[in-house]
Every structure is written in structure tokens, then in C-alpha cells.
Write a protein that binds this ligand. Structure first.
Ligand code: G3I
Length: 387
């Protein structure tokens, strides 16, 4: 259940006990239903104080961890404040979209690596690791895909894509999100698999095929299975954790070359965490000999209070509680946030706030000033056990 460290027990007590007061404290906030939170209660002495001025990548590295962020090529090339922040804070860079089919494959027989090459060069120039996202996904497929790909040629297209892309970046990639989001229990398919063109045309074995082809062409890269909605104490997330464990167990039992689980960690600011369930899940993942990466961390504040001061404290509380639980697991080797600044988050397009206020999901505000979320991540790295 828990590792023997007093750190875990203390953390569990902290996250568990704060929940009781949390419901009261949160209930007195404006327009908030008395929902049971196990993490957002901002205990009075919770001051989010940090020591020193070190950027996040240095605090992570001091514990044998890697910290970085996702970013888009055009933003990085045009926003000097973003560029400076990425260079200062990040030890790893993930192209937010540039390595997806939508951007790499303008036509069925044409690959365009120009945007992703620019990002690979940026990472190299600034001594950053480069994380590949993603080779096989059901989303952001190019417009021609549905007209061209079918049951007869799907394997050819999949193998050709993976071979061409992983050959092009061979030796440059720290880790590949080989397959992304293959599980969706709500689709009610066998083994909780998500309905997708790949499953439809190739059956469940498309997943193993993807890892075997990637391992052949880039034996140096860490091969990651990346998934969302694994983090919270809800029946849906529990069902997904169970299905993902079964998938990983099946892949490993067949000798599939898979090295890590990527837990996206798009945290729901209004939802609760359960330290015990999360720690058990992480322990079960590591029992397959897998490492763990936190791949797309941010806090979705869509249902949090309007007041930015209250919201920032709740978001920081979520960051610190979540990271203190997952970083207790030494198999967790990296933390990447999905962006660095609120100015460039994916959330306004996908999960805007009903009050129309700007979202505040990331460590830096839209003027690139560090927020309490930055403090929370810094504290989590500073308090994490060394790898
Ligand atoms: O670049 C085109 C532009 O040329 C075109 O005019 C415009 C018209 O809509 O679309 C632009 O592409 C957009 C792309 O982001 C680049 O900005 C797409 O519409 C838009 O859908 C796409 O959104 C991305 C989203 O994945 C797609 O599902 C987000 O930026 C990206 O942050 C998000 O990232 C995903 C991860 O890959 C997987 N995990 C979940 C995460 C959040 O959804």
C-alpha cells in the first residue's frame, strides 16, 4: 500500500485529513456547493513558500527527475517571453502538435518534417531532451485519412508512418508516446479499448505492432504508452486504471517492447484525489517493470471559483497534493506540463470557463510571472525523494 517512508504516511495523513476541513472551507466560498474535496482545502499554514531561486528543471534534476513542457512551434518562434521561460525552466521539450499525423502528413505520400525539425533543433541548441508525441492516435488525423485508409491498407500506412518518422528522429528522441489514448471504457468494447480507425481496421494487435516497429527503428528511445483520465477518485478513472493495467499486463506478457506509462494528468481542479488508490495504481504499473512519466500536467479550473486569488490557491493545492503522491513513487522519472504559461494553454479552446474569465491552469501567468502553481511544483520537486 504505502512505501515505508514516513514521507508517504505524512503525505497521506495530510491529504486525507485536509479533506474534512476542506469541505467546510470550500463550502464557505462564493457559489460553491459543499463538495467533498480531499485536496483543495488551503490549510491556513499552507504558504507555498519555496527556498532559493532555482528554476524547475534544476529542482527536478537535483532529485534525478526531468521537468519540461509542451509547446507549439509558431508560439516558440514568435513569443520571446515564452522562449526565455522555456529555456530557463525546461530540461525536456514536447512538440504540442508538430509530430502528429495532422502536421506531418499533408498528403498520403508526403511527409513534412519542417516544423518538428525546427523544434528538435531548438531542443538540441538549448540542451533539452526531446519527447515525441505521438505516433498512433485516433485524433488529429489528416483530412485525407478517412478517404484513403481502409482495412486493406491500414497496416501499410501505420508501419510506413512509424518507420519513416522514427527513422527521421532516431537518436534524437528521449521518449516516444508510441500509442496515445487507446483505452476508453465508455465505448463498451472488449478490454475497454477505444473505438478508433486503428482498432476498426487492424484489431487490438495494432498496439503491439506499433511498439515492435518503433523499437526496430529507434532502439534508443524509451517507448511510452500515454493515457488520460487516470488520476482522480471517480468510478470512470478507476475503470480506466483497471483497463490500462490489463492492457499493460497483456503487452508485457507478450514481450512487447514497452518501457513506460505516460499519465497525462490533465487534473480536474474540482475533483478529488485518493492517495491510496493512486499509490496502488502506480505500484501496480511498476510491478510490470515499467517507468512512469507525468506527460501533460495542468489543472483544469473550469469549475473553480471566479476569484483568481482563491482559484490560484486551489490550483496550487492540487499541483502540490498530486505531485507529492506521484513523486513518492521512484519509478516516476519525469514531469511535463502541457504548456508553461496561461497565455498559451489548450484549455480556452476546449474547456473554457462559463464566466468567460481567463483560465489559470499553468505555472506562469499570461505575463510569464510565476504563480503559486509554480511554487507548488517547485516544493514538490524539493520534497521528492531522490531517484
Ligand atoms: O494549425 C491549424 C490551423 O492551420 C487551422 O487554421 C486551424 C483551424 O481549426 O486548426 C489548427 O490546428 C489546431 C491545432 O491544435 C494547432 O493549433 C487544431 O484545430 C486544434 O484542434 C488542435 O488542438 C490540439 C488538441 O490536442 C487536438 O485534440 C491542442 O493544441 C493540443 O494541446 C491538444 O493536445 C492533446 C494531446 O495531444 C493529447 N492529450 C490531450 C491534449 C489536450 O487535448
Amino acid at each position: 500500500m504505502f512505501k515505508n517512508s514516513s514521507h508517504s504516511r505524512r503525505r497521506f495523513l495530510y491529504v486525507g485529513l485536509s479533506g474534512l476541513a476542506g469541505a467546510t472551507a470550500v463550502a464557505v466560498g462564493k457559489n460553491i456547493k459543499p463538495i467533498y474535496y480531499s485536496h483543495v482545502f488551503d490549510k491556513p499554514k499552507r504558504d507555498f513558500r519555496v527556498t532559493g531561486q532555482n528554476p524547475l528543471k534544476k529542482r527536478a534534476a537535483a532529485k534525478g527527475l526531468i521537468y519540461g513542457a509542451a509547446c507549439g512551434r509558431d508560439l516558440l518562434a514568435s513569443d520571446k517571453n515564452l522562449e526565455a521561460c522555456i529555456i530557463r525552466e525546461c530540461g525536456v521539450l514536447t512538440p504540442e502538435n508538430e509530430l502528429k499525423w495532422q502536421f506531418l502528413r499533408p498528403r498520403p505520400n508526403v511527409f513534412d518534417f519542417s516544423r518538428a525539425d525546427w523544434m528538435a533543433k531548438f531542443a538540441r541548441t538549448h540542451n533539452m531532451l526531446f519527447q515525441g508525441h505521438t505516433l498512433v492516435w485516433h485524433s488529429q488525423l489528416p483530412d485525407w485519412f478517412k478517404e484513403v485508409v481502409n482495412r486493406q491498407n491500414a497496416e501499410k500506412f501505420l508501419v510506413e508512418h512509424i518507420t519513416t518518422v522514427t527513422k527521421h528522429y532516431a537518436g534524437q528522441i528521449h521518449s516516444w508516446d508510441v500509442v496515445n489514448e487507446a483505452i476508453e471504457p465508455k465505448d463498451r468494447l472488449k478490454a475497454g479499448l477505444r473505438q478508433s480507425p486503428w482498432l476498426k481496421f487492424l484489431g487490438p494487435d495494432y498496439i503491439e505492432l506499433a511498439y515492435r516497429v518503433t523499437a526496430q527503428t529507434d532502439p534508443k528511445a524509451m517507448l511510452v504508452y500515454n493515457e488520460n483520465d487516470l488520476e482522480h477518485d471517480t468510478p470512470e478513472h478507476e475503470a480506466k486504471r483497471t483497463a490500462v493495467l490489463k492492457l499493460l499486463e497483456r503487452l508485457k506478457s507478450r514481450g512487447t517492447p514497452i518501457h513506460a506509462l505516460g499519465i497525462q494528468s490533465h487534473l480536474l481542479g474540482h475533483s478529488s484525489l485518493n492517495a491510496k488508490k493512486l499509490r496502488n495504481f502506480l505500484s501496480n504499473v511498476t510491478s510490470f517493470g515499467l517507468k512512469i512519466l507525468i506527460t501533460e500536467l495542468d489543472v483544469i479550473d473550469q469549475k473553480l471559483p471566479s476569484d483568481p486569488i482563491v482559484r490560484d490557491r486551489m490550483i496550487a493545492g492540487m499541483y502540490e497534493d498530486y505531485l507529492s503522491i506521484v513523486l513518492d513513487e521512484r519509478a516516476v522519472i519525469a514531469v511535463l506540463t502541457w504548456g508553461l504559461s496561461d497565455k498559451h494553454s489548450w484549455l480556452p479552446m476546449f474547456l473554457p470557463r462559463s464566466d468567460g474569465l481567463p483560465v489559470r491552469p499553468l505555472p506562469f501567468d499570461s505575463n510569464f510571472k510565476p504563480k503559486l502553481a509554480w511554487n507548488a511544483i517547485a516544493r514538490a520537486f524539493d520534497q521528492a525523494p531522490k531517484r
